[in-house]
Design a protein around this ligand. Sequence first.
Ligand SMILES: [Zn+2]
Ligand SMILES: [Zn+2]
Length: 106
Amino acid sequence: MSGKVCKGVITMDPIFINVKLGKCDVCNKSVYKVDGIQVDYRIIHEHCFKCACCSQSLQKGDISRDNLLQNEYGLSCFCRDHMLLSTSEKTEQLVKMGRKKRKNHQ
Ligand SMILES: [Zn+2]
Ligand SMILES: [Zn+2]
């Protein structure tokens, strides 16, 4: 029991595997593990987590989601300034921001 302590030295660099998570619920492009986050059980890009009206980055707890819009346009989050808009006003803004209606989106 007096032997040398064997120090295992790991010389390999960790291999970074960029796993594809699926399609972003906001922009519909592929999301990889490196830039993916999960919001409301939907996978999106970290950079897609912003107000659907003004593109302002959102803080946790500062978000309003619109379930009606989400069914048609994918994850739709709004900042404090825009969460009070009516659904039709939000829809108008979403379309202006280039969001497209989903076909057969569940
Ligand atoms: Zn995205
Ligand atoms: Zn906003």
